[in-house]
Design a protein around this ligand. Structure first.
Ligand code: SF4
Length: 677
């Protein structure tokens, strides 16, 4: 059987896969993200492509209906809500699982034709703080480096990232580079010891949210010991003095690390030219997420350690297409193609390019606000695409209640039964991975094709087509008349070229007229391009900004700090990975990792049941006693839901608190009481 070149649908590493409909899966040896490697999840993709549990027909109120009837109802309800209550009475909540072409048309429909910016995405849960930090520092949402930098670095600092489980192929690449060059150093900064710490020379067991104190301490040390690159700062950076003054004001002891640990970290970082600081959800999913990002960026800007081989800050995204989504404007505070919603010239360009009847003028509702608007009655029609917010958002019981209050809810998904789908008036069957065509962008700005290698179920449709069908029924057929994802991609490229006169990082000119079917994995603006080694930032004066960052105030809390995260072999709410028996064998049931002394104080032995409670909810988890978790902290995976484990679901306990700049929820910052069950 012939193999089709496609891309893994799980994490932001974006590995190339060779796949066939009989379930044969291999790593693509020619894909520059993975060079043939796959992790356990990617290797088991062949076990996840059956039709078990699939949504196979459009449904209204639980009954099978024709596509025409389902689309008519969605279009009618959205049009009615807009006519009676205005454009901001409707909302889309979409997903980093969508392909770039799906995202593009969803964003076009909401922002350019309905006229609201109420389209947000579960990528808000993943990397919104990185986006906001990039924009504050660089004037653009730019990831400066490439994966090759990880192999060329002499020091890699992994902050708030369990790369070994969450981005395993990048972890494999670092491990291989370290084996080749044993002098390479790896530091893991994480409140919890993880599988990633095993690769590290040093594990710094930081206090939760101690990151700003740590990197402010580093910046102050760099200033005190005069180890900055003042030529780079003078030519390319604003805000240096204020940032250093704020850093000196900060107390590095608030990081929770000893003076000896801090001194060792500072000496290694400042004494190594080729440093990459990789960060992920431990940084982003925090009340101080954007400040953490900027505290890291400050250190790289002050030393000119950016944009050079083996150097730079590096945000790794959780979702397969978090990058593609933000490129085409899938967040409520962005326009398409890295154009700015708050810039009137950018808005005018997009409106005229789309020949749109109306363009949103202000930012829409970010994820948490969007569901609060559902609860308050503002939202009259909601369309959820390819995600399950009723279990995956913080304070998810309240989110489920909020969705239930919306007068009309449509859900498009590949699965029939999800907690969110169960609340829908209309279910729209989407085609899934292996059945549809499009593109995704990985964490190093590399656009790769997802290609179909098997037939979709008879009535399933790709998301871009469902969105365009609804747009047509709302009266905008001409603007959404695409004959396939290739035409959408071509329009996206053309918009980028139409916007070429604005100073932006996103340049897609090399994709003009490309043979879409034969497209090779390609980075924008060009392969192996790094940004900012010689300045060229995207603020109006082309300089970067260092920001004065204050460390968050430490507050006393009663109970255990609940750190939520992922298992090695599962993905999101297990709708796909849950089908592969060998993936379930790794950690088969919901658990809470707890420190031995805390377990002893609670009278809990390994394998006992633990009950966790707070004002948001309650859950029952198996106790996994381990000194990998610090005292008074618990770690619990987020994969189990109300449906797949009525008692093992943790996101119901996480309060809906967000970073004030990015709106990203602090998913690792719940507090719970724990007792033996
Ligand atoms: Fe898929 Fe990520 Fe694993 Fe690569 S590392 S195979 S993209 S889950």
């Amino acid at each position: 059987m012939s193999l089709t070149r496609t891309t893994c649908p799980y994490c932001g590493v974006g590995c190339g896969v060779l796949a066939s409909a009989d379930g044969t899966i291999q790593g693509d040896p020619d894909h520059p993200a993975n060079f043939g490697r796959l992790c356990s999840k990617g290797a088991a993709l062949g076990q996840t492509i059956d039709l078990d549990g699939r949504l196979l027909e459009p449904k209204i109120a639980g009954s099978n209906v024709s596509w025409d009837d389902a689309l008519d109802l969605v279009a009618k309800k959205f049009s009615q809500a807009v006519a009676e209550h205005g454009p901001d009475s409707v909302a889309f909540y979409v997903s980093g699982q969508l392909l770039t072409e799906d995202y593009y048309v969803a964003n076009k429909l909401m922002k350019g034709f309905i006229g609201s910016a109420n389209i947000d995405t579960n990528s808000r849960l993943c990397m919104a703080s990185s986006v906001a930090g990039h924009k504050r520092a660089f004037g653009s949402d730019t990831v400066p480096g490439t994966y090759a930098d990880l192999e060329q670095a002499d020091l890699i600092v992994l902050v708030g990232s369990n790369l070994a489980w969450c981005h395993p192929v990048l972890h494999q690449r670092i491990a291989a580079a370290k084996a080749d060059r044993p002098e390479m150093r790896v530091i893991n900064v994480d409140p919890r010891k993880t599988a990633t710490s095993n690769l590290a020379d040093i594990h710094l067991q930081i206090a939760p949210d101690g990151d700003v104190a740590l990197f402010n301490g580093l910046l102050a040390h760099l200033a005190d010991t005069q180890q900055m690159d003042m030529d780079y700062v003078t030519q390319h950076v604003n805000g240096f003095d204020a940032a250093v003054a704020a850093a000196r004001h900060s107390d590095a002891a608030d990081s929770g690390l000893s003076a000896a640990d801090l001194a060792e970290f500072y000496a290694l970082w400042s004494g190594t030219q080729k440093v990459v600081t990789v960060y992920s959800q431990g940084v982003n999913q925090s009340n101080s997420g954007t400040d953490k990002v900027n505290a890291i960026l400050n250190c790289h800007l002050a030393t000119g350690r950016i944009g050079k081989p083996g150097c730079g800050p590096f945000s790794v995204t959780g979702q397969p297409n978090a990058m593609g989504g933000r490129e085409v404007g899938g967040l409520a505070n962005m326009l398409a193609n890295h154009l700015d919603l708050e810039n009137p010239a950018h808005r005018d360009l997009v409106q005229s390019f789309w020949d749109a009847p109306v363009l949103c003028q202000t930012a829409g509702l970010k994820a948490i606000d969007l569901f609060e608007a559902c609860a308050s009655g503002q939202i009259k029609a909601l369309w959820v695409m390819s995600t399950n917010p009723a279990v995956s958002l913080p304070d998810a019981n309240a989110v489920a209640d909020a969705i239930a209050k919306v007068p009309f809810v449509a859900v498009s998904d590949i699965m029939e039964r999800t907690d969110t789908g169960d609340l829908a008036d209309v279910l729209l069957p989407a085609s899934g991975w292996g059945e549809k065509n499009g593109t995704v962008t990985n964490s190093e700005r590399r656009i790769s094709r997802q290609r179909a290698f098997m037939e979709a179920p008879e009535h399933a449709r790709p998301d871009w087509q469902i969105i365009c069908d609804v747009a047509a029924k709302m009266g905008w057929g001409a603007a959404f008349d695409y004959n396939g994802p290739e035409a959408i991609f071509a329009e996206y490229v053309a918009l980028s070229q139409a916007a070429a006169s604005f100073e932006r990082d996103l340049d897609l000119s090399q994709f003009e007229g490309i043979d879409y079917e034969a497209m090779q994995p390609t980075q924008w603006p060009s392969n192996d391009h790094r940004f900012f080694a010689d300045g060229g930032f995207f603020h109006s004066d082309r300089k970067a900004k260092m920001l004065p960052i204050a460390a968050p105030a430490l507050t006393d809390h009663v109970g255990f700090r609940l750190n939520t995260g992922r298992n090695r072999d599962q993905w999101h709410t297990m709708t796909r990975t849950g089908k592969a028996p060998r993936l379930g064998a790794h950690l088969a049931e919901p658990y809470a990792q707890i420190h031995p002394q805390d377990a002893a104080e609670l009278g809990v032995t390994n394998g006992d049941l633990l009950r966790l409670d707070n004002a948001n909810g309650q859950t029952i988890l198996r106790a996994l006693i381990s000194d990998q978790t610090a005292r008074r902290q618990l770690f619990a995976p987020m994969h189990w839901t109300r449906q797949n484990s009525s008692r093992g679901w943790v996101n119901g306990l996480v309060p809906a608190s967000t970073d004030p700049v990015s709106g990203q929820p602090a998913l690792k910052a719940g507090y719970v009481a724990a007792q033996k069950f």
